[in-house]
Ligand binder design. Structure first.
Ligand SMILES: Cc1cc2nc3c(=O)[nH]c(=O)nc-3n(C[C@H](O)[C@H](O)[C@H](O)COP(=O)(O)OP(=O)(O)OC[C@H]3O[C@@H](n4cnc5c(N)ncnc54)[C@H](O)[C@@H]3O)c2cc1C
Length: 453
């Protein structure tokens, strides 16, 4: 075995960034990816084809030195464009400074750019069509299959980093052998992706610089822009029940549902029932593991360790933070066991925090974003942020625009802030205009929230 060699399973978003970062550290990186080489094959269908990239992800990409290649792929989204049932639209800005925006990016294009950047290093070996079948922990072997030739083979395990995503074969192998306990909590809501085509003149059919959302209480539709002037639309809906995927069992039911709930989107979706029938219904869930590593032999990272639901748009951002943290821990150290243990110690509380906030954000996006109380408290929060920019930062902003604040700290401060907002605006009113005691607000903020350094 080569000195300083490391196996990486999965060349998705985290794996491709990590390959590059480990190569920079002088390691010889062998990457095993189940899919064909995307430079030669058509893009995979059925996964979310665009994603929201926010400050944490951007910071990681900057530290990896790849931002110049990624920047041209991004479309700025400045807020949520809320579509009411009657077709009215209103933009709820994400933040209050020009840079407080998130970016829509194609999963395929981003993955490709990262793979190409990793492939410029002579010490990165990218091996496509190689599926991990699991681990033989007794023998210390990483089990692989060449999916083209059908040949099974094994390689020395230590050290292996698994970035093989939410359904991780490596995690399942470790859990099966009793090396860790993994809980996969499936959401009772699924998702389906559809597409809005460009206008006849080639322009965007909806405002381009927004994340569009049709909040309908128990379910919602969202749309993110793509550089080719299309929008990727995602329906999030319960699997079973009155309003559910199960209830949309034929084309007429699909059309009636969209006409009733998303009338302004209907003309943009073309033959919606045909799209609906052609596209897969995806599952969503949260993965929690008590351990992320097996001594110095194996480490889980990204979705393999901590998949989350997508409602904060942070799964990839969090996985990119993982990559940077691991690469920094490896600086000048070669004790894999100590590095893996320290990685888990630092990242696990943050992964747990964003998992919780992502679940909470589903309710906000599909429901509370329309309520007068939400709009009032959002307005108070923005005023408090202007008055106390180093103490009071709305939780969404901490998560999306302040990578210097760890997720766990954003969760903790967010709870304090929610109590302050509740005290200033106990609710009940129907007007979105806030009226609150500014002096009291100052006292509460100064007393309850420390300055962020
Ligand atoms: C609907 C939806 C919307 C989302 N939106 C956002 C968003 O807006 N913003 C955001 O930050 N995150 C979002 N996410 C989350 C984001 O997709 C993930 O957090 C991110 O992809 C995690 O990266 P990863 O590298 O860990 O896993 P993945 O990107 O899933 O990569 C895993 C890789 O491993 C490979 N692989 C799998 N099994 C094997 C095997 N046995 N052997 C070899 N290779 C294997 C796969 O082919 C793949 O290339 C969303 C997720 C979903 C489902």
């Amino acid at each position: 075995m080569r000195e300083n060699a490391v196996n990486l399973v999965g060349a998705g978003l985290a794996g491709s960034l990590l390959a590059l970062l480990l190569a920079r550290r002088g390691l010889h990186v062998r990457v095993f990816e189940r899919r064909p080489d995307p430079r030669q094959a058509a893009a995979e269908r059925g996964r979310s084809i665009n994603l929201a990239l926010a400050a944490r992800g951007i910071r990681a990409l900057e530290r990896a030195g790849v931002m110049p290649a990624i920047q041209p792929l991004l479309i700025e989204m400045r807020g949520r464009m809320v579509h009411e049932l009657d077709g009215r639209q209103s933009l709820v800005p994400y933040g209050q400074r020009a840079h407080e925006v998130i970016h829509s990016v194609s999963r395929g294009a981003l993955n490709l750019a990262l793979l190409e950047a990793a492939d410029t290093f002579p010490n990165v070996e990218l091996r496509f069509d190689q599926a991990c079948r699991g681990l033989d922990l007794e023998a210390g072997t990483l089990l692989l299959r060449d999916t083209v030739s059908g040949e099974d083979y094994g390689l020395p395990l230590q050290p292996t980093i698994a970035s093989d995503g939410a359904g991780s074969a490596v995690r399942q192998s470790l859990a099966g052998a009793g090396r860790l306990r993994a809980a996969e909590s499936l959401l009772d809501h699924d998702y389906k992706e559809l597409t809005i085509a460009p206008r006849a003149d080639g322009g965007f059919a909806l405002e381009r610089h927004a994340l569009h959302v049709w909040p309908r209480g128990g379910f919602m539709l969202i749309a993110l822009p793509n550089p080719d002037a299309t929008f990727t639309v995602t329906l999030f809906l319960a699997r079973e029940g009155a309003a559910s995927f199960a209830a949309l069992r034929d084309p007429a039911a699909v059309r009636a549902f969209f006409e009733r709930e998303f009338a302004d989107a209907m003309p943009l979706l073309g033959e919606v029932s045909a799209q609906f029938a052609a596209n897969p219904q995806g599952r969503l869930g949260t993965v929690r593991c008590d351990r992320w590593h097996d001594g110095g032999r194996v480490l889980l990272l990204g979705d393999a360790a901590h998949a989350i639901v997508p409602f904060h748009g942070q799964g990839m951002n969090c996985a990119f933070e993982d990559c940077i943290e691991l690469a920094e821990l490896l600086h000048g150290r070669d004790d894999w066991s100590a590095v893996f243990a320290e990685f888990q110690r630092r990242r696990q509380p943050n992964a747990e925090a964003i998992a919780q906030m992502a679940l909470e954000n589903y309710v906000e996006m599909r429901d509370t974003v329309r309520e007068p109380e939400f709009l009032r408290q959002k307005s108070i929060a923005l005023q408090l942020e202007r008055r106390h920019p180093r103490r009071f930062i709305p939780r969404y902003s901490m998560v999306s625009f302040h990578p210097e604040i760890p997720y766990a700290e954003a969760l903790r401060r967010g709870a304090v802030q929610a109590r302050i907002l509740q005290e200033l605006d106990p609710g009940g009113g129907v007007t979105p205009e806030p009226a609150f005691d500014l002096a009291r607000a100052d006292v509460l903020v100064n007393r309850e929230l420390t300055e962020i350094g």
